[in-house]
Design a protein around this ligand. Structure first.
Ligand SMILES: Nc1nc2c(c(=O)[nH]1)N[C@H]1C(S)=C(S)[C@@H](COP(=O)(O)O)O[C@H]1N2
Ligand SMILES: [Mo]
Length: 204
C-alpha cells in the first residue's frame, strides 16, 4: 500500500528539511522493479570486471570481492515511479573500496555499470565515490534476494532507483557521459530525486 506523504519532518526531529523528495509517496514495502526476467546467475562462474579507461583490466571472483573490507549504510531508496522506501540497511563493499583495486586512466570521468541480463546505467565517478555508494549483498539483515539484485547490486542512494543496478558484473570507465539502458529510453542522465530529474522527454 502506498500512502501519500502528508508529513514533513520538522526541524525538531533531524535538523529540518523534508525527508521525501518532491512527487514521491512513502511505502514500507519493497516493490520489485525489473525490466525483463531475473537473470539466473551461477556463483562458480560469477565475475566482476573493470575495463575501459583503466591502466589494467581487473576480473574479480566472488571470493576476491568478498575479501575487500565491508561497510553498512542506512539510506532511503527513491524509485522514479514515485515510491520511496525510507529505511534501508544495505551491507556490502563501498564503491570507493572497490576502486582501490582499479588504476584509472586520467581521462576517466564516468562509469557505465553493467549487469547480468544486459541492463546498464551511467554515473559520474564523483557521484559513485560518495561514501554512501556501495555494492550490496545484504538488505535489512538478510541476503539480497535474486529479485532485488542478488548476489550483488549497486546502491546509489542520492539518485533515483534505476541507477541502483541489480546483478552488477562490471564497470566500464569512460571519458564522456554515455546513456545506459533507461537513459537511452528517455530517463534523465543524472536522476537526482531532489531536483526531480526524472525524464528528458515524455515516454510513450
Ligand atoms: N539489472 C537491473 N537493475 C535494475 C533494474 C532493472 O530492470 N535491471 N531496475 C531498476 C529500477 S527502475 C529500480 S527502481 C530498482 C528497483 O530495485 P528493487 O527491484 O530491488 O526494488 O532497480 C533498478 N536496477
Ligand atoms: Mo525505478
Amino acid at each position: 500500500m502506498l500512502r501519500k506523504l502528508g508529513r514533513l519532518r520538522t526541524s525538531g526531529e533531524d535538523g529540518g528539511g523534508p525527508t521525501v523528495p518532491p512527487g514521491q509517496f512513502v511505502t514500507e514495502k519493497f516493490p520489485v522493479l525489473t525490466f525483463g526476467p531475473t537473470p539466473k546467475i551461477d556463483m562458480s562462474s560469477w565475475r566482476f570486471k573493470a575495463f575501459g579507461l583503466v591502466e589494467r583490466e581487473i576480473d574479480l571472483s566472488w571470493k576476491q570481492l568478498m575479501a575487500l573490507s565491508k561497510t553498512t549504510v542506512d539510506v532511503p531508496f527513491h524509485c522514479v515511479t514515485q515510491w520511496s522506501r525510507l529505511e534501508n540497511t544495505w551491507e556490502g563493499v563501498a564503491f570507493a573500496e572497490v576502486m582501490t583495486q582499479v588504476l584509472l586512466r586520467p581521462e576517466a570521468r564516468y562509469a557505465m555499470v553493467h549487469c547480468y541480463g544486459g541492463y546498464s546505467t551511467n554515473l559520474p565517478l564523483d557521484v559513485l565515490m560518495d561514501d554512501d555508494v556501495l555494492l550490496a549483498y545484504r538488505h535489512d539483515g538478510e541476503a539480497l534476494t535474486p529479485e532485488h539484485g542478488g548476489p550483488l547490486r549497486l546502491v546509489v542512494p542520492k539518485r533515483y532507483g534505476w541507477k541502483s543496478a541489480k546483478w552488477v558484473n562490471g564497470l566500464e570507465f569512460m571519458a564522456e557521459d554515455t546513456p545506459g539502458f533507461w537513459e537511452a529510453r528517455g530517463y534523465d542522465m543524472r536522476g537526482d530525486p531532489w531536483k526531480e530529474e526524472r525524464f528528458w522527454r515524455s515516454l510513450s
